[in-house]
Design a protein around this ligand. Structure first.
Ligand code: ATP
Length: 313
């Protein structure tokens, strides 16, 4: 079983010893930072007042993702009703909720795929919707109901994703090979994606989300239709990614999986966050599944379906 992400695919984290020019970092999908010692937004500006004293404690690193007052409605339907959420950098964060809770809508707004009606999305402290190009460079996305260019082969699709992210051809070729191995898709590298099974399609989409070594990985139902061995491989890859400094947000309906895999979780229902924190805080001594049912409610008896138990002969 694979338990290791190739070093080249671990997240592009800021290197305190090397500060690339912002445009180069953005093009490489890496962090865009001001030169050390220069206040944000002041690059190139002549100082107008003496520098402030520098003995104040360094401010803590911003969360990987911060959602403030996110709203989204579709016609009369309010899908997301003022969601606030803080995803700490380096966390493995689960997002759970019943069908129609607003998870996909929230993640779509958090990753620049869907415009919010109101609210702010900060990715590593940067306002995503103020500068979507820089913000999206930090994110890898596996959307729900993913639509791919499925007339490409798996290998071509990863290559396409890498080139689109601004990587050079040699880097893309190396990473495509590594990802095909990690996803156990080498034998089908030259098969058209349209001929892939649902689980294989999920894996090739995940490979595309990883190719630019993002700092934040947002995965909507990544294990749906994936076989147990592939799921275990993917879990290993994600755990390794988090161990090397990346942040993963994963939506899932499988409480047991979230409880085992994630260190933080948010329970969402009706477009609101009902509970959020570490998994242990949220489950409060119960299993996550029991706590989920307690928070969300909505259990129905099968009495109305008595006819299902009636013999038809
Ligand atoms: N494009 C759309 N047009 C109209 N309504 C939408 C649209 N997208 C989502 N909705 C509605 O918004 C609500 C939240 O949907 P969303 O897909 O975010 O839920 P979810 O938590 O991801 O659900 P599931 O777990 O079933 O995938 C639902 O009532 C859904 O019908």
């Amino acid at each position: 079983m694979l338990a290791r992400v190739p070093d080249d695919l671990t997240p592009d984290l800021p290197n305190p010893h090397a500060v690339p020019p912002p445009e180069a970092a953005a093009a490489a999908g890496g962090p865009v930072s001001e030169p050390a010692g220069v206040p944000a937004g002041a690059t190139g500006a002549a100082p107008t007042s003496p520098a402030p004293a520098t003995d104040a404690p360094a401010s803590p690193a911003p969360p990987a993702l911060e959602l403030r007052g996110l709203w989204r409605r579709f016609g009369e339907k309010v899908a997301v009703a003022g969601i606030d959420l803080v995803v700490p950098a380096g966390s493995f964060y689960g997002l759970v909720g019943p069908n129609g809770a607003g998870k996909t809508t929230t993640l779509s707004m958090a990753t620049g795929l869907l415009t919010p009606d109101a609210g702010t999305v900060l990715v590593h402290g940067r306002d995503l919707w103020a500068d979507p190009v820089a913000g999206k460079a930090l994110i890898g996305i596996l959307p729900d109901g993913v639509k791919l260019f499925d007339r490409l082969t798996g290998e071509q699709l990863i290559t396409y994703a890498g080139l689109l992210r601004g990587l050079d051809r040699d880097t893309v070729a190396q990473r495509a090979r590594d990802l095909l191995v990690a996803m156990d898709l080498v034998a089908d590298a030259r098969t058209l994606v349209v001929d892939y099974s649902a689980g294989m399609t999920k894996k090739i989409a995940l490979a595309c989300a990883l190719v630019h070594a993002p700092r934040l990985l947002v995965l909507d139902e990544p294990f749906e239709a994936v076989d147990p061995v592939s799921a275990a491989n993917i879990r290993d890859i994600l755990a390794q990614y988090v161990a090397s400094g990346g942040t993963v947000i994963v939506s899932s309906h499988v409480m047991d999986l979230v409880q085992r895999m994630c260190d933080h979780v948010a329970v969402v229902a009706g477009g609101h966050v009902l509970a959020a924190g570490t998994v242990d805080e949220v489950r409060a001594g119960a299993s996550l599944e029991d706590r989920f049912v307690e928070l969300v409610g909505g259990r129905v008896s099968g009495e109305g379906l008595a006819w299902l138990r009636t013999s038809s002969d």
